[in-house]
Design a protein around this ligand. Sequence first.
Ligand SMILES: [Zn+2]
Length: 197
Amino acid sequence: MAKVSIGLRGWRFEEDEIFSDDGELKPLDEIPEDPRERLVRLVSLVEEPCDVCYLEHGEEDIHRCREAEIVYGEPEGEVLLCPEHEPDLIYWFREAGGSEHKGSVEFADRFHEWVAAGNESPEGFGSVEHVEEDPGGLPELPDQQEVQERIEADFDGDRIDILELAGQEPRDEDEQLTESDLADSDLDLSTDYPSDR
Ligand SMILES: [Zn+2]
């Protein structure tokens, strides 16, 4: 099965879990819970600043931050990065103990602490080689605007339901992550983190 990224590089989705055979984004209630949670979360993450830029410049200089292009980690515990700062995350993950926090929502906090302590990847630490999807074999990806519109259409523009889906304000048991959901998500984490090579 082909994996695809939408909006931000990093999180990858099984193509046939989120797209119908004709390449259209599926209705949200037909998308399995884990990718649906990531998809909904993604919509709130695009156009956010890179975390490392933000730690550098802060809210008062937010205009100096680059927009994030990459996302790693778990929904609600994700790290957003610009390409210039991606090597810091890769270095922390591979060489500075970051991989211990794989699968945890603490992942982002631990990385932010490491950056805030003045750490960064060494000069010349390699940029990441990205696995390019086969461009001919993929359906046309909707842009973020389309995803947003789809999500709003599915919920008649009721944003509170979107927040619920993202797990921020669950109103009932059904929307809460269960132990088994967490265990299931563990099985697929390798797609959402840098490789351990
Ligand atoms: Zn940055």
